[in-house]
Design a protein. Structure first.
Length: 149
């Protein structure tokens, strides 16, 4: 990985990248400053402002239920609990971190991935297959998990 810090624009992008990575890692340190009474995911999930509209209106769990608690558990370093709430929490966070890193520090890889996705978009059969696979696995996971975690 070679970063050109000669130009002001490159230096600004590098510093912005460092800031973004620090912000992405900051939630892992929140548990050290929280009072002991709210250092679990159930207590912290009260602060999630966006509640699941499917559960609120229809009283059924949708495939994304548990995503917020999964992220909270991840930030509290409870990986097994995070995975049990929703595997998508860990996967979503890892994708955000990886793509942020590539965007700021490895732009050539980032652009290769974007080009790959653009080329994939042109192949309707692969897009349909990936869509059905992702939605299908999501729905299967929803049906196999326990009703309320």
């Amino acid at each position: 990985m070679k970063i050109d810090l000669n130009s002001k624009e490159s230096e600004k992008k590098y510093l912005l990248g460092i800031g973004v990575i620090c912000l992405l890692l900051f939630p892992f340190f929140i548990s050290t400053i929280l009072p002991s009474g709210i250092q679990d995911e159930r207590a912290l999930s009260r602060f999630i402002l966006l509640k699941c509209p499917v559960f609120f209106f229809f009283d059924i769990l949708c495939p994304t239920c548990g995503l917020g608690r999964s992220l909270i558990s991840l930030f509290l370093l409870k990986f097994k609990v995070s995975w049990s709430y929703h595997p998508g929490g860990i996967l979503l966070y890892l994708n955000i971190v990886i793509f942020s890193y590539f965007y700021f520090f490895c732009p050539s890889i980032y652009h290769k991935v974007l080009n790959l996705l653009k080329n994939l978009k042109k192949d309707k059969k692969r897009v349909n297959f990936l869509t059905v696979t992702i939605i299908g696995s999501y729905l299967i996971w929803n049906f196999l998990r326990s009703p309320l975690n």
